[in-house]
Design a binder for this molecule. Sequence first.
Ligand code: ADP
Ligand code: MG
Length: 212
Amino acid sequence: MSVLKTDLFGRIERRNDGGLAHVLRDTRSAPWWTTPLARHLLRREHRALTLLAGLPRIPRLIDGNAVQLRREWIEGLPLHRAPRPDARYFREALRLVRQMHARDLTHDDLAKEPNWLVTPDGLPAVVDFQLARHAPKRGRLFRMLAHDDLRHLLKHKRSYLPERLTRRELRILAQPSPLSRLWRVSGKRLYLFVTRRLLGWADREGAGDRLV
Ligand SMILES: Nc1ncnc2c1ncn2[C@@H]1O[C@H](COP(=O)(O)OP(=O)(O)O)[C@@H](O)[C@H]1O
Ligand SMILES: [Mg+2]
């Protein structure tokens, strides 16, 4: 067993019970004051993984209860620690995001590089569905969040492979949704203050020691 991450919402462990490698999300180590939120986020991930069953390189849900969840381990390295991704990576990543959206689900946390994995054959996998939102009516909020999912992916492409951005992709990058504009002028500062100053988090979870 190895601990991948610990935060206010619990622990993420890599386990290998009975030869099956999997990831255990355990909210029991969360402090009492975040426990209700931690369990709510766990339920969100549970539902999202159920809805996405069968998509390639999305962890398969193994099982879960009110406090824990087990999902398949996908071999790979987080984007900021992996060898530089190529055009095929981003093509497949785009396809994966569209497949999620086709199931009426937005991920809502794709700006974070640790939530993108690069598999040994250079393909994208996505983890961490705690914030994912299911919107079968595909209303305005869904459409804005879906647009922002795409933009977040394209920002990674801009970091790693800017010369391959198409005109259309550049246009999407230049058009933040009203939501993300609102976030930029107000929410983000508060979020950074709370997470960095008060809680001591860092979004890229070690991106400073990027290897490549
Ligand atoms: N299947 C996996 N394969 C490789 N690394 C993983 C896998 N699942 C999680 N990780 C690593 O562990 C980190 C924490 O998992 P994640 O589900 O993102 O938890 P959190 O919601 O706390 O961010 C991920 O950002 C990723 O870098
Ligand atoms: Mg994460």
